[in-house]
Structure formats: C-alpha cells, structure tokens
Design a protein around this ligand. Structure first.
Ligand SMILES: [Zn+2]
Length: 120
C-alpha cells in the first residue's frame, strides 16, 4: 500500500505542475527512483495505472529511471555503490560518508501530447 500512497503523491505533483485542461494530454511521467528509496517500481506503476484509470490522466504512463545508491567517502574521497543501502565506504570501510544518490523519488519531467515538455 506504500506505493499506492506514493502514486497518489505523484498524481498530485502532476496536477500542480500542469493546468487542468492539459491533464488529458499528459503521455509520459518520468521519475527518478533511487534503488534505496524503498519503492518497488512495478508496484508503483501498477498503483499509478489503477489510480488514473477513468481520470483525465489515464493515458499517462510512467517511465522510471532507477538511480544507483552512491556513497561518497569523506576519508578517502572515493565513491562507491552497493545494493544494500549500507552507507560505509566500499573502498576503505570508513563510516564518514555522504549519501550522494539512491534515496530519491521524484518526478523529473512530464511529456505532453504536443511534445512540449514541462519541467516540474
Ligand atoms: Zn573511503
């Protein structure tokens, strides 16, 4: 049900990003979803499709770009990536790191029928 709430948020984002008369022209919703965002892309897509069915957004489809989990080390300066969400440096093991990406979930772009693109 987590994905259902997220899909609802995404729909609200679209509603705020473009005027109501163009909702029916939205064809593609591009999202960036970090691998550590705690989201199952298929499930999010399924929820979105279910929610927009019968609404002006029903022809919109989701394109999800997965963003890898990247940790930057303050100790050795290396960046490393992993699929576990552990924020320790993969090079030297230091815990003094910053998470660069991999936890985001955001709408990056909408594509409308007349191919004009709206930045969100
Ligand atoms: Zn390091």
């Amino acid at each position: 049900m987590h994905e259902l709430a997220l899909a609802q948020n995404i729909i609200e984002t679209i509603h705020q990003a473009v005027p109501p008369e163009t909702w029916k022209d939205v064809r593609v919703v591009r999202l960036q979803v970090g691998t550590m965002a705690g989201v199952v892309p298929d499930s999010l897509q399924f929820s979105f499709t279910a929610l927009v069915s019968g609404t002006p957004l029903e022809e919109a489809r989701m394109e999800i770009q997965q963003i890898p989990f990247v940790v930057e080390c303050e100790t050795c300066g290396q960046t490393s990536t992993n699929d576990t969400g552990i924020s320790c440096c993969g090079e030297c093991g230091s815990g003094n790191t910053r998470i660069r990406s991999g936890t985001e979930l955001q709408v990056v772009n909408l594509e409308l029928e007349d191919v004009q693109e709206e930045a969100v």
